[in-house]
Write a protein that binds this ligand. Structure first.
Ligand code: ZN
Length: 213
């Protein structure tokens, strides 16, 4: 397996994106969402990766060998016009635990529900809020955030703070990041620590009760 982690091209990438691409190269998952602002496609082709054309403004990389299979499955989903199926597709390719991913799949029935997440904090918004509430309650109670969540990928919402599948998923990420790119690993730890801190400060300052469950 070609590991580009000590090359200059690699070092130029954003550290959080680098982490996600590393996990793709190491086959921990099948797809990594990235922002092309940081580098041209040529660099990723050097790493044995290809662009996968999927909808909206999303941009994904996949391992060259997987491209055909992923693309065929995607074409079927488009033909069926099944919105919740495409969420399953992303959850599986990001390697999210089924119990965590299924909450979204079961909640989101149409494309409008997905939009609703950001605009009206509908059903999906509640899932995000519930997770944030759990985290803040833990921090206020214990005085620190749960360290298992240091390597949380952006956009992943565990089904609970105690979900063993989510914790295993995060441990695998930690092991690979620490082994192959400790700088990227550190970037995740910093990013998530800051985010947890911001979330807690926000709640403390506003005196808000996030949600009662
Ligand atoms: Zn779960």
């Amino acid at each position: 397996m070609y590991r580009p982690y000590s090359t200059n091209e690699w070092k130029k990438l954003d550290k959080l994106e680098r982490g996600e691409i590393l996990l793709l190269i190491e086959k921990e998952k099948k797809m990594a969402e990235i922002d092309l602002e940081f580098a041209g496609l040529e660099i990723f082709e050097l790493f044995g990766l290809k662009k996968f054309n999927c909808p909206k403004e999303l941009f994904h990389l996949v391992n060259s060998n997987d491209l055909l299979q992923i693309d065929q499955r995607w074409q079927k989903i488009i033909e069926n016009e099944n919105d919740s199926e495409w969420l399953t597709f992303f959850g599986e390719n990001y390697n999210y635990p089924k119990c965590c991913a299924n909450r979204f799949v079961n909640t989101i029935k149409t494309m409008e529900d997905i939009i609703d997440r950001t605009i009206n904090a509908g059903q999906t918004g509640k899932i995000f809020k519930k997770w944030q509430t759990e985290i803040v309650k833990h921090i206020l109670d214990k005085g620190e955030h749960p360290k298992e969540f240091n390597y949380l990928p952006n956009g992943f919402v565990p089904c609970s703070l105690h979900c063993e599948n989510a914790i295993d998923f995060l441990k695998t990420r930690e092991a690979l990041l620490e082994e192959f790119d400790p700088e990227a690993a550190k970037a995740f730890t910093e990013f998530n620590s800051n985010w947890f801190l911001e979330l807690t400060t926000e709640v403390n300052e506003s005196g808000a009760i996030l949600l009662e469950f």
